[in-house]
Design a protein around this ligand. Structure first.
Ligand code: PLP
Length: 450
């Protein structure tokens, strides 16, 4: 049962008198402000809206809150840290927690990914990774390797670096030429061969060979790195066929190209391991993360880099700054405290295993939506799900949005819509009854939209 009867937050005194001044991100501002959907508090698996309706969280907020909301250990850590050391400069000064957190992440991350650079978001993590890659090649005397390979439909955030290797046309258009020289692998979504396949798609491993095409075109000696999301989330959940990522790794190795996994949504248990890299058995040279790193409680991102990359930088005069890059809030004490408490919570509750434990039930219930009107594909892996709807001819994206809105208003369920795909990524603390509820409500709202 949803928790009820919790007293309203003292922050409710800050109820807005107008919604006009905040220009909301990735939102149809005028549409939203005409009929707002406001969440005012959260606990466990539930948000509460302004009417104090419990809203089941089928999205972990925005792929962030893997341990659910308002977890006491995380709340307490942030409160204590704010009262102990709110902020200190991270340039030429240090505080203890980023060192501790980096060590913890090194132990969690696969293979030689033993060094962390902290950022405030996934976008910053991606742009930071791109800069580290360029510097690495230059330090090794291969400064001509400046080209990045991304993938169609990829999302790597909104910095100019991440935009340049991102493959979502709406995000790119209107922002000029972006970084010169980027190119794109073909995406791996193939409804004609893989629709309604439970788990990983059967077909598409051969798409990794597309990298050879780009290498032939540009020459390997110009290519710095390949960036991929092991599972693309923002494009509506696109999964790799078994062998695809492994083959990318092999081709990169053959040609001296670095491989970067953007694990902003796949990290921290979403697919049943700390990182998708481990679940898929492929180790990248750099790995970006954010979101679940702090359970979404304080903004934070990070780039893990391999020993070899780190070692390439740690040369020359010891008084020289090795990387001219960083943020005022890199390794912010509150973010580190939240991250350490989040990692403790994940470990104490065995949450990284939950996606495996619940995976089969999740898959069965999700695929029970097959056959509903307009459902053209269902995809799942770990505790990720997607239901793709046929677009309306005159208004692509409107059907997905309508289902999302109905889920919230009539079904008290938060899902995510990207175009006509309904994406699901609940907190890993979800139980079977709550999985049932997500699928029942979603099914009902898909029917209602037809
Ligand atoms: N990379 C991936 C794979 C993402 O899914 C996201 C956000 O959803 C980002 C980067 C950008 O992260 P942020 O919104 O924290 O900048």
């Amino acid at each position: 049962m949803p928790p009820t009867g919790t007293p309203p937050s003292p922050l409710s005194q800050h109820a807005p008198t107008s919604l006009d001044a905040w220009w909301m991100p990735f939102t149809a501002n005028r549409q939203f402000k005409a009929a707002p959907r406001l969440l005012v508090r959260a606990e466990g698996m539930y948000y509460h809206d302004v009417d104090d309706r419990p809203i089941l969280d089928g999205a972990a907020g925005l792929w962030c809150c893997n341990a659910g909301h308002a977890r006491p250990r995380i709340v307490q850590a942030i409160q204590e840290q704010a009262a102990t050391l709110d902020f200190a400069p991270p340039f030429q000064m240090g505080t203890p927690l980023p060192f501790v957190l980096a060590q913890r992440l090194a132990a969690l991350a696969p293979g030689p990914l033993n060094h962390a650079f902290f950022t405030n978001s996934g976008s910053e993590a991606v742009d930071t990774a791109m800069k580290i890659v360029l510097g690495y090649h230059r330090l090794r005397g291969e400064g001509q390797r400046t080209r990045f390979i991304g993938r169609e439909k990829a999302y790597h955030g909104v910095g100019f670096g991440g935009l340049s290797i991102g493959g979502l046309p709406n995000n790119r258009r209107g922002f000029g030429p972006l970084l010169a020289g980027s190119d794109f692998l073909r995406h791996t979504l193939d409804l004609s061969r893989n629709a309604f396949t439970p788990g990983l798609p059967r077909h598409g491993a051969e798409l990794a060979e597309d990298l050879e095409r780009l290498i032939a075109l540009h020459d390997a000696s110009t290519i710095a790195a390949v960036f991929v999301e092991p599972i693309a989330g923002s494009a509506g959940v696109i999964l790799p066929a078994p062998g695809y990522l492994k083959r990318l790794r092999e081709i990169c190795d053959q040609h001296g190209i670095l491989l970067v996994f953007d694990e902003v949504i796949t990290g921290f248990g979403r697919v049943g391991n700390a990182f998708a890299a481990q679940r898929f058995g492929v180790t990248p040279d750099l790995l970006t993360m954010a979101k679940g790193l702090t359970n979404g409680a304080v903004p934070m991102g990070a780039v893990m880099v391999s020993d070899a990359i780190h070692a390439a930088y740690m040369q020359g005069p010891p008084g020289a700054i090795e990387l001219f890059h960083g943020y005022t809030y890199s390794g912010h004490p509150l973010a580190c405290a939240a991250a350490l408490a989040a990692l403790d919570t994940y470990a104490a509750e065995g949450l990284f295993d939950r996606a495996i434990e619940l995976g089969e039930y999740w898959q069965t219930r999700l695929h029970s939506l097959r056959g509903l009107p307009n459902v053209v594909d269902i995809r799942n892996f770990g505790l990720i799900g997607a239901v793709e709807l046929a677009p309306r001819k005159d208004a692509p994206g409107s059907r997905g949005f309508e289902v999302f809105e109905r889920c919230f208003r009539d079904g008290a369920l938060l899902v995510r819509c990207t175009g006509d795909v309904i994406a699901l990524s609940p907190p890993l603390i979800i139980d079977r009854a709550q999985i049932d509820r997500i699928m029942d409500v979603l099914g009902e709202m898909i029917r209602a939209t037809a």
